[in-house]
Design a protein around this ligand. Structure first.
Ligand code: DCP
Ligand code: MG
Length: 362
């Protein structure tokens, strides 16, 4: 069931084709009703119900038919009582009172418009600021007893740059800049656009790239050199580089971890037409640089969506007795790592039909 939940019918994250319900709540609330509920649980540090609402959205978006009555959802997986209550309300009254209440809730609003933008999701600091009655950026910035860490400072400082969604056209123009910088440093390097834009999304919160070199080990100097090149071009507004801690001897990793140990950098680059810096506006960019023999696993992991990755990994574990992460695929029965140079190889090892990136918008 988990894999069938993943498959979507339309080339969109907004779920229009899959379900009229999602588009209806989208029209009502500017975002999927379940996403509002999921976020609210996220802001209260309640991961279980947050995930349950995100799963419900995935299931509804994947339907090739519209939900017109509650009975039609009877045999669908991952739809619990709280989800069904919202569906019923929207179908009967054309609105969800619970979602409307949340949208005007002070805690939800504060986390959504202020805290979340700088510390991303729930954190102890965010909670502390809220409990102290701080409700806006200026409340936080003018409270001199608050010490912001580097990540929080970046969020506040570049909030204007990173809060406006990046369009697919802007992602394409950035791609040619990144392509140029990478190939200037290493002409034979590979550059792949990944994340939401690789899945065909029209808008995203950042632009993700996987870059690697044909020679194993050459990738180690790739990102530092690319960063220098972007600096020289004058488009780098912020850079947080993390060197690789990847070690094949530490695998397989039996504990589920979403992220990987490859070299990566979080950048804020100014390349979009906008209001600042002589007309150039910034946006968030992730560059990840795995060794070439790990490239396919990194690409599959970073292409997402998060829900799709969660389901694919759980399918590998439960149905195939394998451990899949961004580094490798390990067969527990054979006690061996399975090699892959393309995403297709990984699907084949899992005994699954290949799914194009746009079909992974769960
Ligand atoms: N990813 C993951 N688990 C995480 C973080 C990321 O599995 N904790 C994977 C799935 C994501 C992909 O990496 O789809 C890229 O991460 P983003 O946060 O950039 O998400 P998207 O690119 O999918 O969406 P957007 O950037 O538009 O929010
Ligand atoms: Mg992204």
């Amino acid at each position: 069931c988990s894999m069938s939940c993943c498959k979507v019918t339309e080339k969109s994250d907004e779920g229009v084709g899959g379900s009229d319900f999602c588009s209806l709540s989208g029209v009502l609330y500017g975002s999927d009703a379940f996403e509002v509920l999921a976020e609210s649980y996220e802001f209260n540090n309640m991961e279980g119900p947050c995930l349950a609402f995100r799963r419900a959205t995935s299931v509804l978006k994947s339907l090739p038919w519209a939900v017109r009555c509650l009975g039609a959802t009877q045999d669908l997986p991952c739809l619990g009582q709280p989800t069904k209550k919202v569906i019923e309300e929207v179908l009967q009254c054309g609105r969800s009172f619970e979602v409307e209440e949340l949208l005007s809730d002070e805690r939800y609003q504060t986390f959504k418009v202020t805290v979340h933008k700088c510390v991303w999701g729930w954190t102890k600091d965010g909670e502390k600021w809220f409990c102290r009655g701080l409700r806006s950026f200026s409340d936080i910035l003018t409270d001199h007893s608050i010490h912001l860490n580097r990540m929080q400072q970046t969020g506040f400082l570049h909030h204007g740059d990173i809060s406006r969604a990046v369009s697919a056209a802007e992602a394409r123009s950035l791609r040619s800049i990144i392509d140029g910088a990478v190939h200037c440093v290493t002409p034979a390097a590979t550059v792949a656009l990944t994340g939401g834009f690789h899945r065909g999304k029209e808008f995203g919160h950042d632009v993700d790239f996987i870059v690697t070199t044909p020679e194993l080990g050459e990738e180690e100097s790739l990102l530092p050199n690319v960063i220098d090149e972007l600096k020289e071009q004058g488009i780098l507004l912020y850079c947080n580089y993390q060197a690789s801690t990847f070690d094949m001897r530490k695998l397989p990793n039996h504990h589920f971890e979403a992220m990987d140990d490859f070299a990566k950098c979080f950048l804020i680059c100014g390349w979009r037409a906008g209001r600042w810096r002589g007309g150039l506006e910034g946006g968030a960019v992730d560059l990840v640089s795995p060794p070439v023999d790990r490239y396919a696993f990194a690409l599959l992991g970073w292409t997402g969506s998060r829900q799709f990755e969660r389901d694919l990994r759980s399918f590998a574990r439960v149905e195939r007795g394998m451990i899949l992460d961004n580094h490798a695929l390990y067969d527990k029965k054979k006690k061996e790592f399975l090699a892959a140079s393309t995403e297709k190889d990984i699907f084949a090892h899992l005994g699954l039909e290949y799914m194009e990136p746009w079909q992974r918008n769960a």
